[in-house]
Write a protein that binds this ligand. Structure first.
Ligand SMILES: Nc1ncnc2c1ncn2[C@@H]1O[C@H](COP(=O)(O)OP(=O)(O)OP(=O)(O)O)[C@@H](O)[C@H]1O
Length: 208
């Protein structure tokens, strides 16, 4: 697992059709720091996050992901990050517990029963972990994605609208998790419409 991640945005732009969503983004985010990408619907927040994840290509410029002074290649980049997004789908016919087991095994991460139970407890799903995900509400699915983030413990967290569908208690939980992640030296990038989520970020990119 890659730690102490720096994300270096070098003159990044993205054009879709005839419209530039953003141009000339230059920024370095170091381990333990948080970047908030804000802007109205359709301004390009998710697109920029996907470009950082390597799931989309910039029109110009480059993203460098650096861990311990080494620039990661595409495969290493995938191994360095965790992405929470509405586009990430959980397996509806597995339980919450089984989803964590499945995804952690896929990532080659050892996770025993006690650990999975603890991650479920921390996101408020202790009593629901044996239920099929198809019975979960959208807020419960979002909580399960955060349990997965706890299980995988990536160096780089990419969060697309992390508090969407969460109640007040869930939002507080996510804010605490982000704070703890930063204390543990994760690099965290949040795309959000929620001003409070951007409040404590070290850097902000405001798209229009
Ligand atoms: N693959 C694509 N093909 C065509 N247009 C796209 C594609 N991906 C994104 N877009 C367009 O790019 C713009 C930015 O989309 P994006 O999803 O990044 O915005 P956003 O700021 O995340 O919006 P929201 O707040 O609604 O989630 C939108 O106008 C969208 O229609």
């Amino acid at each position: 697992m890659y730690r102490d991640i720096s994300v270096n945005l070098v003159d990044v732009s993205k054009k879709i059709g005839t419209r530039y969503l953003f141009t000339g983004i230059n920024l370095v985010i170091n381990a333990g720091q948080c970047l908030a990408i804000t802007g109205p619907n359709g301004s390009g927040k998710s697109t920029l996050l996907k470009i950082i994840a390597g799931l989309n290509q910039p029109t110009t410029g480059a993203i460098q992901i650096i861990s311990n002074n080494k620039q990661l290649d595409a495969e290493e980049r995938r191994g360095s990050l965790g992405l929470i997004s509405p586009e990430i789908i959980l397996y509806a016919d597995l339980t919450g517990y089984e989803n964590i087991l499945f995804f952690t095994r896929l990532c080659g991460i050892e996770c025993n029963q006690q650990m999975i139970e603890e991650y479920c407890r921390r996101v408020g799903l202790a009593n629901d972990k044996e239920q099929l995900v198809r019975t979960y509400s959208t807020g419960m699915r979002q909580r399960l994605k955060f349990a997965l983030m706890l299980a995988i413990q990536p160096g780089l967290w990419l969060l697309d609208e992390p508090s969407s569908n969460l109640d007040a208690d869930g939002k507080k939980l996510i804010a605490q998790m982000i704070g703890r992640g930063l204390e543990q030296n994760a690099t965290i990038i949040i795309a959000t419409n929620e001003p409070w989520e951007a409040e404590h970020a070290d850097y902000k990119i405001e798209l229009v």
